[in-house]
Design a protein around this ligand. Sequence first.
Ligand code: FES
Length: 157
Amino acid sequence: MAIKYDATIATEIINQFEAAPEMLVQLLHAFVQRYGYICEEAIRQIAAELNLSRADVHGVVSFYHDFRTTPPGEHIVKICQAESCQAMGSRDLTAHAEKKLGVDLPGTTSDGKVSLEPVYCLGNCACSPAVMIDQKVYGRVSNAKLDDLLAQYGDGQ
Ligand code: FES
């Protein structure tokens, strides 16, 4: 569950990085660690305290896949979209996951249980296609194996 945004704590995080614009990426990572995502209020506050425009901050947030702008699901399912995994069927696996969960990649199920996200190589290319669920990597994931994994994580409806 995402933590409620708090401007005072946000200022503390910003001050840990001395409100330095060159530390923006690290600072955004700290926000994601704390809140799970970067909300619009955070973008406004970071821009003001770092003396940047909101467009500057938005630009960095949208450039990196890790910087989500909506609350994450309880479980994060990342399907590798890089070359080796694509050659071994990750596109079909992604289509299966989208259908099973009822979301388009990237997206979060309406009940907030699962976020489905792309990732670009998990270092598990020898066991493509690879999937990461809540930081745990699985290899040679077939449609059936993904269904089993989702059931284990409580979303095997
Ligand atoms: S390409 Fe998918 S794990 Fe490396």
